[in-house]
Design a binder for this molecule. Structure first.
Ligand code: SME
Length: 194
């Protein structure tokens, strides 16, 4: 199968639970034989984003206002030193993603951190945000975004970064998305060398 076809969604997939199970199954062979996290996160963000575009009639109340961003922010410690030398404190750097350009880094220094990604990273817990305008400290990379879900990348007790998805509709994500994405982040973490 050509790699691009892995993001197709068959007609029999009708629920979010089926959708995320399908994406997981499509992701496994894409990660097979590759341990580099840049390459794997690039294909993971592309697969999720493009599969969501194919499934958008089931995503959010209005298919025209569906998922608009899917990508990773990764602890700067995982990057080559030159990527983040001369910087005080801790931060996440923009990793592979699909969607419009986004902020390059997120401060995760205790006392200075803010935003959904920083909270998910620092608490090592998924953040499901139905309305970003009601979330204190939300960082608006795209003023059109209305809801968001951020899952931490957990490697035992270590948090490597986060997977972030944005939606143009209020309440775009629910617990089925959380379950599906948490399973996918587990797969991605174990498939890579960090
Ligand atoms: N909204 C995020 C910032 C990243 S963008 O959505 C791509 C936050 O509040 O951390």
């Amino acid at each position: 199968m050509p790699h691009a076809d892995s993001s197709l969604v068959p007609d029999e997939i009708q629920t979010k639970a089926q959708f995320w199970s399908h994406v997981y199954t499509q992701l496994e062979p894409l990660l097979d034989g590759q341990r580099n996290w840049v390459s794997n996160l690039a294909n993971a963000s592309s697969l999720i984003y493009n599969a969501l575009l194919a499934f958008r009639t089931h995503f959010g109340p209005d298919p025209g206002r569906s998922v608009n961003w899917c990508g990773f922010y990764i602890d700067s410690a995982c990057f080559p030193k030159s990527a983040d030398s001369n910087v005080e404190g801790s931060r996440l750097l923009l990793g592979p993603f699909c969607g419009k350009p986004a902020c390059q880094f997120i401060n995760v220094t205790p006392g200075k951190a803010r935003g959904v990604c920083a909270d998910a990273f620092m608490h090592a817990k998924t953040k499901l945000v139905p309305d970003v305008d009601s979330y204190p400290g939300h960082i608006a990379c795209d003023g059109e975004t209305k809801s968001e879900i951020v899952c931490p990348l957990l490697n035992g007790n270590q948090v490597l970064g986060v997977l972030d998805l944005d939606c143009l509709a209020i309440g775009g994500f629910d617990e089925d998305d959380q379950k599906g994405l948490e399973r996918i982040t587990e797969l991605v973490v174990t498939a890579c060398d960090w």
